[in-house]
Design a protein around this ligand. Structure first.
Ligand code: C5P
Length: 219
């Protein structure tokens, strides 16, 4: 079975998708981590992120691997562990521009389709139900109020010992959603056959259980 989980920034997709995959014994693919890894590499290599061609060239030199080890996702690029690096604010604020290029998306979607073809999979992102695996048996559109998404991100940053302003984070999330929803190629959109799950006020386990219920109803 293929499960697609899409939605705006900070709705809790990665946390929830990983847990759903764990419970079902499925492969988990965090497609956002792939765009983040390319963004990180572009910053390292000083590649112009306004050029889709330059980014595609860079991507073709990268060996990108996603591994789940003891319940946590590890992102490897050319054998270097960049799991923490791809979550920095710099990467977060630039990733939507990188992901807006058609060349980049075509190459990423190709890789993602190959991963999905391996069998049972939970994949999260922005265009999974609409473009990557439109034949997914279960499609979830995970969302939450902007206030709650900003608050969660804010608390996550504080827990990690970073300084943050709730107002700035809210604005950054709004900006990223706007770019992701308005880009020309495969914008963030709820698939016509997706079920909306609003996570506002719900715990992670409550969201996971709600999704598992939908999965069981469809199997
Ligand atoms: O899910 P995450 O917040 O890590 O995604 C980071 C960014 O990667 C998104 O804001 C979006 O610009 C891009 N993305 C995308 N398509 C996907 C997954 C992520 O464009 N399938």
């Amino acid at each position: 079975m293929k499960i697609a989980i899409d939605g705006p920034a900070g709705a809790g997709k990665s946390t929830v998708a990983k847990k759903v995959a764990d419970q079902l014994g499925y492969l988990y693919v965090d497609t956002g981590a792939m765009y983040r890894a390319l963004t990180w590499k572009a910053l390292q290599a000083n590649v112009d992120i306004s050029s889709g061609e330059a980014l595609l060239r860079l991507l073709n030199q990268c060996n990108l691997e996603l591994k789940v080890e003891s319940g946590t996702l590890k992102v490897m690029l050319n054998n270097q562990d960049i799991t923490a690096e791809i979550r920095t604010r710099d990467v977060t604020n630039l990733v939507s521009e990188v992901a807006s290029h058609q060349q980049v998306r075509e190459a990423m979607v190709q890789l993602q389709k190959e991963m999905a073809a391996k069998g049972n999979v939970v994949m999260d992102g922005r265009d999974i139900g609409t473009h990557v695996i439109p034949d997914a048996e279960v499609k979830i559109y995970l969302t939450a109020s902007i206030e709650e998404r900003a608050r969660r991100r804010y608390e996550e940053l504080l827990t990690k010992g970073h300084k943050a302003s709730l107002r700035e984070i809210k604005q950054e999330i709004r900006d990223r959603d706007r770019k992701d929803k308005n880009r020309e190629t495969a914008p963030l959109k709820k698939a016509a056959d997706a079920v909306t799950v609003d996570t506002t006020g719900l715990s992670i386990d409550e969201v996971v259980n709600r999704i598992l219920k939908i999965v069981y109803q469809n199997s």
